[in-house]
Structures are given as structure tokens and as C-alpha cells.
Design a protein around this ligand. Structure first.
Ligand SMILES: Cc1cc2nc3c(=O)[nH]c(=O)nc-3n(C[C@H](O)[C@H](O)[C@H](O)COP(=O)(O)OP(=O)(O)OC[C@H]3O[C@@H](n4cnc5c(N)ncnc54)[C@H](O)[C@@H]3O)c2cc1C
Length: 399
């Protein structure tokens, strides 16, 4: 490969206590948690111009279960607050009546505590909430480099319309890019998802006056009438510009075919939104101080910072160990969302929206409290999270 050498002098234009990189659900939760835990200046960087990441721009509008499937709520705190925020102006589908309008455990066991929300309303409501909380949201700002001294990130370098600029970080950084971009840039150990991603290219359309989500992609099992299985063997790492561009275009072409096929049945179908970010589930993650595995159901960790269910199964409850949110290399860097430190099998469980909110809340609160995560006062963090309504251990075991 050919190389060019660049030498750049970057203006240090901004400063903050906590810099959250990536404005998906994990980043939204992390920024709010950092602010509420006492960080004065919190910056949330988002490379696009909409908050929510996959959940909004990616049209993944199904906020999966906050419950265990037996009628017990598992995720509380910001996971529940953001769930309610997503449907503040109405749910699109799957409204969980027994959970939100009163219901018995038996009624709640019949349908999981999940909902389909409107992407645009969620993004706008999230932005309004962040502004109310006093968080500085920077759009069109990609984290492209870090400056590291003594194993600490001193600056996050961004590129946006203003060019290349540095943000001095007085405290900590939370990587919520989904792809562990900041970990990679700072030299933290990372790992890639071995199997690669299946194609997904979702869109919304209106037919006969009704708004519908059409899920075009490779599905293992999906009997939803709006899901189309592409039966495509190709898999994508999501870590190469050329490959992502190819994947997106294959997806767009499949989406167009799907639309035209559906028009054969419903002639007035028009697309109203297509996914504007690549629909990648698992790409790169932190290889952290601890890596959680799928068989660790009900394992109690002394550094638990939340609990979450398995959206794929009824019953299992996991604790989230804080040591899966930071690495050994960079002292003031934490991760949250779909790039936390878990095995490939566990990744599919922790990447979903409610769990991203749980890890986001924990990482954000921790970032407000310390800048050396391996030496955090874990009891202080845990008691703060409990005060925010988060459950640290599976309370059902005691019942
Ligand atoms: C096809 C598909 C179907 C899914 N189905 C469901 C489902 O039904 N229910 C469910 O709960 N979950 C589902 N998921 C998973 C879930 O949507 C995501 O894993 C979750 O929303 C991830 O949140 P996040 O905040 O960790 O990351 P993301 O949503 O990926 O957010 C990362 C954000 O960071 C920004 N960013 C990235 N790099 C940078 C950078 N360098 N600088 C600045 N900003 C950056 C991105 O623009 C993005 O906004 C699905 C995912 C896919 C792909």
C-alpha cells in the first residue's frame, strides 16, 4: 500500500469534563447519566445530524424487552426512562398495555415489555431532553483521533464543518460509537466479531394510508408479514469503507426490489424513510478488563452496575459487570452500547436497545465520578445507580 505523511497542528477549540463519542441510545444514556452524576461540562459527539443511531437513523424502532418474559421488569433507570420517552407522543405498534396501564404479573407474562416507537419523534425528544439537561450536542462531529499521554486521553480530535479541532478532556471519555472507534484510535485492545453481519436494509412505507416498517434482510426466523428473507450468504465486517459502501448498495437494491414486488399487491405503496446508517449489529468491541459470556446467567459480580434480560429467551437475567466497560490500556476510557466487552455469543444479547441504555447509564455515571476506571470507588457508583432506580442484582432470586 502507498502512504502519505500528514503533519497537522490542531486548534484546541473545546473543553469538557466528559466527552461521550456517539449519539446512539448508549451515548444518549451516557451523556444524561454523566450530567446527572455531577459532570459540569458534558459534550456528546455525533457524526450524523440525528440522535439515536441505529434505533432512529437505522430504523430499528423496536425497543426490545425491559422484562424477563415471566412478567417481571428487569431494566429500570434510564432504560425505562428512554423507553417512555420514545413513545411520549404515541407508540407505532406493540403498545405494552399491561405494563404501562396497570396489569397483573400474569397479564404481563403474556406479552413482553417492548414497544415499536417512531424514530423521528424519539430523536427529537432525545435532543430536547439533552438540551434541557445542559448537555452540549455536537452534530456532524466525527471522532477521528485521540491524544494520549500517560495512558490517558487528553484530547479527542474531531472533524466537522469547522475542520479538524481538538476537545480537551479534563475527566473521562465514553466510547459509544457502536464500533469501538475511540478504543481503536486510542490504542485500547479491541476484538472483531468473527462471523460478520447479515444483510439488513429496512424501510418505512405508506400503503392504503397506513405506515408500515418493512424489514428486508437475512432473517433466521421471522414470520412477520413485513419481513423479507434475502437468503444471502454474504457476511460483512462493517469495518472497511469500501465493504460498507458495497453492503449498503446491495441493501438498497434489495429494498427497491422489495418495494416494487409489494407494489404488485398494494399499488399505492410509497417509501417514506430508508435507513440512513448501515444496519450493522456487531463489528468491533473493546477487549476489556473482563469479557462476559453467554452462560453467566444469574452470576453475581461484586462490580455489578445493572441487570438485563435476554431478548431471545424467556427467563435468563444477567448482571452487567463494570469491568466489561473499561480496558487495561487507557485509564479514562469507558465503553457502552454495542461495543462492550462480551464474547461473540453474548454480543447478540447485549447489543439491543435496553441493554445499551443500561451500559450507557453505568458508563456515563462512572465517567462523571472518576478518570481511572480500574480504580473507581465501585460502592459509590453502585449507590448512585441505586438512587437512580437501577437494580444491580437479580432481585427475583430473593423472592
Ligand atoms: C438490522 C438490525 C436489527 C435490530 N433489531 C433490534 C430490535 O428489534 N430491537 C433492539 O432493541 N435492538 C435491535 N438491534 C440492535 C440495536 O438497534 C443497536 O445495537 C443499538 O441501537 C445500538 O446502540 P448504540 O448506541 O450502542 O450504537 P449505535 O446505534 O450504532 O450508535 C452509535 C452512534 O455513534 C455515531 N458514531 C459512530 N462513529 C462515530 C464517530 N467516530 N464519531 C462520532 N459519532 C460516531 C453513529 O452515527 C451513531 O449515531 C438491531 C440492529 C440491527 C442492525
Amino acid at each position: 500500500m502507498d502512504f502519505i505523511k500528514e503533519s497537522v497542528i490542531t486548534p484546541r477549540k473545546y473543553e469538557c469534563d466528559v466527552c461521550v463519542c456517539g449519539g446512539g441510545v448508549a451515548g444518549i444514556a451516557a451523556a444524561i447519566a454523566a450530567k446527572r452524576a455531577g459532570a459540569e461540562e458534558v459534550i456528546l459527539l455525533e457524526r450524523s445530524f440525528m440522535l439515536g443511531g441505529l434505533a432512529t437513523a437505522g430504523l430499528v424502532t423496536i425497543y426490545l424487552a425491559l422484562c424477563d418474559g415471566y412478567g417481571h421488569q428487569i431494566c429500570y433507570g434510564l432504560a425505562e426512562e428512554l423507553f417512555k420517552l420514545s413513545i411520549e407522543y404515541g407508540a407505532e405498534a406493540r403498545y405494552p398495555t399491561a405494563w404501562l396501564d396497570g396489569g397483573t404479573v400474569e397479564e404481563r407474562a403474556k406479552r413482553r415489555f417492548e414497544v415499536q416507537f417512531n424514530a423521528q419523534l424519539f430523536a427529537l425528544s432525545a435532543e430536547r431532553l439533552l438540551r434541557q439537561e445542559g448537555i452540549k450536542v455536537m452534530y456532524g462531529a466525527s471522532a477521528v483521533a485521540t491524544h494520549v499521554e500517560d495512558r490517558r486521553i487528553t484530547d479527542v480530535i474531531i472533524e466537522g464543518k469547522g475542520g479538524r479541532e481538538a476537545i480537551r478532556v479534563k475527566g473521562s471519555v465514553v466510547d459509544t460509537t457502536g464500533d469501538a472507534d475511540v478504543c481503536k484510535l486510542a490504542g485500547a485492545k479491541t476484538a472483531n466479531f468473527a462471523a460478520g453481519n447479515k444483510l439488513a436494509s429496512w424501510y418505512y412505507g405508506v400503503a392504503e394510508g397506513k405506515l408500515e416498517l418493512y424489514m428486508v434482510g437475512v432473517h433466521d426466523v421471522n414470520d412477520d408479514k413485513n419481513a423479507t428473507d434475502l437468503k444471502d450468504e454474504r457476511r460483512f465486517t462493517g469495518l472497511d469503507t469500501d465493504e460498507i459502501s458495497e453492503m449498503v448498495q446491495i441493501g438498497h437494491s434489495a429494498m427497491m426490489n422489495n418495494l416494487l414486488t409489494r407494489r404488485g399487491v398494494t399499488s399505492d405503496l410509497v417509501p417514506v424513510t430508508i435507513s440512513t446508517i448501515p444496519e450493522l449489529r456487531m463489528t468491533r468491541r473493546l477487549a476489556g478488563a473482563y469479557t462476559q459470556d453467554i452462560d453467566e446467567v444469574d452470576v453475581e459480580y461484586p462490580d455489578s452496575v445493572g441487570i438485563f434480560p435476554n431478548w431471545k429467551k424467556i427467563g435468563p437475567v444477567y448482571e452487567l459487570p463494570f469491568s466489561a466497560l473499561y480496558g487495561k490500556e487507557i485509564k479514562n476510557l469507558a465503553v457502552a452500547g454495542r461495543c462492550i466487552s462480551v464474547t461473540d455469543e453474548m454480543w447478540d444479547v447485549t447489543r439491543v436497545i435496553p441493554v445499551c441504555a443500561v451500559s450507557g447509564e453505568a458508563a456515563g455515571a462512572a465517567a462523571a465520578m472518576c478518570s481511572d476506571f480500574a480504580n473507581i470507588d465501585i460502592k459509590k457508583l453502585q449507590s448512585h445507580l441505586i438512587n437512580c432506580g437501577v437494580k444491580l442484582h437479580n432481585y427475583l432470586k430473593e423472592q
